[in-house]
Structure formats: C-alpha cells, structure tokens
Design a binder for this molecule. Structure first.
Ligand SMILES: [Zn+2]
Length: 266
C-alpha cells in the first residue's frame, strides 16, 4: 500500500484496486483533522468522547476530499457482530444508518462512500470491478471468529452474482501480532468455528497467544474463493505506529478512530 494525499486527507491506498478505476478507496491516518488530543486529529468515529462537532468536521473533510458529501458517507453502529447492511437503492441522506447495529456495509450504488471505523480492529475493503459492487467490513476478534469475511463474500455472491475469483480485497492496518495478545476465551471462539487457529496464533505462554487478525481474515478470504494475488495486506501495526494511527489498547481506550472507506465511481 502507498501513502497518498487527497485534499488534506493522508491515507494508505491499496495497490490491488489501482488497475480498476471502478472506485476510490483507502485507509485514513490520524493526520490533518480538527480534533484535539487524545483524538488528534482526524478522528472519524462518532462513538468517542470527542466533540461531535469536530468529528462531523473530520467526516466532511474526508467526504469532500473524494468529491462527495458527508450525507453520503455511510458508517454504522459497529457491534462486533457479523450483520451486514446492503445499500442497493439511492437515498439523498444516509446518516440514519449511523444507529444501525452491524459490522459491514455492501453497496452497488456509485457516489456513496461506505466506511468502517477502527482503532485496533482490522478494516477490510472488497471490490468486484466486474459487477461493480463494494464492501467495507470491520473485523475485531469477535467478527473474525464469527467469519465476517466469509459472510461478506457470500453476500456478494448471492445478492449480486459476483464470482469470488473476480473479487479484490484489501486488508488495512489493524493491531499486529506484535502487540495483540489474547487469552483462552478468544482461542475457544476461534476453535468453535474450526477456522485454522494454529495458522495465525502463536503461543506466548500458558493461556496467552499473539493473534494475527490480518492473517486470519486473509485465510478466510482465500477459503471463500478469492485468489491469493487478489488479496493485499497492510503490514503496519496501528499500535506500533503512534504517529500514524489511533490504537484503542495502546491509548487506554480513550482515542480516535481511523476509517477504511470505499466509494464506487459513477
Ligand atoms: Zn505492534
């Protein structure tokens, strides 16, 4: 992924989408927003103790940087589940979806920016450049153990006739295995679904593991039929990179949110 700038917004752009001009997308950093510490400065999450006025200013900044309006930037009330919102009809204002509890958004509507807010969890973007459908998914350990990626791909296939071999995926920066230690309940949740725990968790002592959330989601996408070469993963850990990203664990819970966003072009 490559660091880019649109308007004032500094963001990471996945190379995997570059060839297709079907969409604009990326993963924001914390730079150049209007929020003050500890939300400094591009805090895009409405579920923090930051002033809503500042968050709205930041969301508007992001929308305008890509030629749209804040009313067409859709995020939801993320609940660490695997429910998905599908937007397949136009609407002049999408802000009411902010209250809807789910963890992924899928759309075939051009000019609608869909996003997931994160500060440790992994943001994922999917694009089918053939059928022109995009998705943004939020995957913490619960969403990953619940296989939100598999469900996202399944929804694209069932509802929009997408072929998994056509789908491109970008796994954005979340907390890396270097900084993400988990315990037995997390291991049990993963093993219940039988989804390859040993492939992405390294034991660090009695009942403690370093979990690689990106690798777990990559594994799911591959099982869902995506080609290995169609999956791009950011190597950046949000906790290690204080200057670039917010991290919920590192910052003791009081911090901002960056966003993985994607918008189909008209
Ligand atoms: Zn780290």
């Amino acid at each position: 992924m490559e660091m880019k700038k649109a308007g004032k917004v500094h963001y990471l752009e996945p190379r995997i989408f570059a060839e297709s001009e079907a969409s604009v997308q990326g993963f924001t950093t914390r730079h150049e927003g209007v929020s003050r510490a500890p939300y400094n400065s591009l805090n895009l999450g409405t579920n923090t103790f930051d002033s809503l006025h500042n968050v709205k200013g930041n969301r508007s900044l992001l929308a305008r940087a890509f030629g749209t309006r804040m009313e067409r930037l859709v995020t939801v009330n993320q609940a660490h589940g695997t429910d998905l919102l599908v937007i397949d009809a136009p609407n002049p204002d999408y802000s009411h979806f902010l209250k809807l509890e789910c963890d992924g958004i899928i759309t075939n509507q051009p000019g609608v920016m869909i996003g997931v807010c994160i500060a440790d969890c992994v943001p994922l973007l999917l694009l089918d450049p053939v059928k022109k459908v995009a998705a943004a998914l939020h995957a913490g350990w619960k969403g990953t153990a619940g296989e939100i990626c598999s469900k996202g791909v399944e929804a694209l296939v069932k509802m929009f006739n997408c072929k998994p071999a056509d789908i491109l995926a970008a796994i954005g920066p979340g907390i890396g295995p270097c900084c993400y230690e988990v315990d037995t309940p997390v291991m049990e949740a993963f093993k219940k679904n039988g989804s390859g725990w040993d492939l992405f968790a390294a034991e660090r002592g009695e009942g403690r593991w370093g979990l690689d959330l990106s690798a777990a989601n990559r594994h799911q996408l591959a099982l869902a039929g995506l080609r290995e070469e169609h999956i791009e993963t950011s190597e950046l850990c949000v906790s290690c990179n204080h200057d670039l990203f917010f991290s919920y664990r590192r910052d003791g819970g009081d911090t901002g949110r960056q966003m993985g966003f994607i918008m189909l072009q008209k």
